[in-house]
Design a protein around this ligand. Sequence first.
Ligand code: DOR
Ligand code: ZN
Ligand code: ZN
Length: 350
Amino acid sequence: MISLPGLIDVHVHTREPGAVHKEDWDTATAAALAGGFATVLAMPNTQPPATDRTTFERTLALARQKARCDFGLFVGAGPDNVNAAAGLADRAAGLKMYLDATYGPLRLDDMSLWMDHFAGWPKNRPIAIHAEGRTLAAAILMADLFKRPIHLCHVSRKEEILIIKKAKAAGIPITCEVCPHHLFLCSDDIGRIGSGRAEVRPRLAAPTDRDALWDHLSVIDVIATDHAPHTLGEKDGADPPPGFPGLETALPLMLTAVKDNRLTMDDLIAKMHHNPRRIFGLPEQPDTWVEVDPVAEWEIRPSDLHTRTAWTPFAGWRVRGRIRRVVLRGQEAFLDGAVLSPPGAGRSVR
Ligand code: DOR
Ligand code: ZN
Ligand code: ZN
């Protein structure tokens, strides 16, 4: 048995309020604990989106009532909420800016709006950005112009990791995350997964993109899941929404990669605990850890998952490394497949 610090997932869609048929704060945080995560940072593209004091506080109240692990909430950058968002900076995990199209209504096209938010949001508070391809290059330019840190979400392509490497070397204050699905899947897998189920933003990329991420692991600060549950009915329907559940498969996949010598255990702990904590300025969780059986081999089965959507693009994969127990602030929170932490046990990170 080995012990890891409580993992931190800085990119989770809990779906509550607005789409609790997909997931809610209870099931999302149960899935988190089952996956070895003691803290989740939740995205604001709910219905309504968390973009002002009323919607933000309402979502936070739901989290307080229902979360089984610790949590933070991003405030969403919209076209007319620069001041309202900045007023929530002390209460928020960070500001989330959507600069490319994805699920939900939050999207900023006009770069003058980006600049307004960059000027308004406090410099010592994180900004997380959904930007792909050339949009990502434009976001990096903003970080340089405003001399302020940004965190780039779910980097998926070779051209992106290469420009991030170059920008970091030039001293531009950026950090980035990569999701397990972009490390372990690519366009070759779409046929097997099914085209609707394989929809995700950023899309599954070419094998060369996936390989470039592995080749540049040292440029990647964080492994985050972008846990984005949609029901199988929706994924298999006429207009499949993008996203995969990921909370319960991330650690086993990464432990399997450690076994295969693709990264070290220290790399894993840095990218799933220390770096997320530093980048987002999160408090320490005393007496919090995850116990893992590093040699247990098992098969990922949808029926074992705690996420309400109960499906995964990794169904049938054999992985090595099983999460046995999670202790959250001294309390047994997960044991051998059962989530023991009750709704309401989670605390806000701010
Ligand atoms: O695939 C995705 N799904 N990418 C995103 O950026 C949003 C997410 C969602 O909320 O479903
Ligand atoms: Zn995104
Ligand atoms: Zn996301």
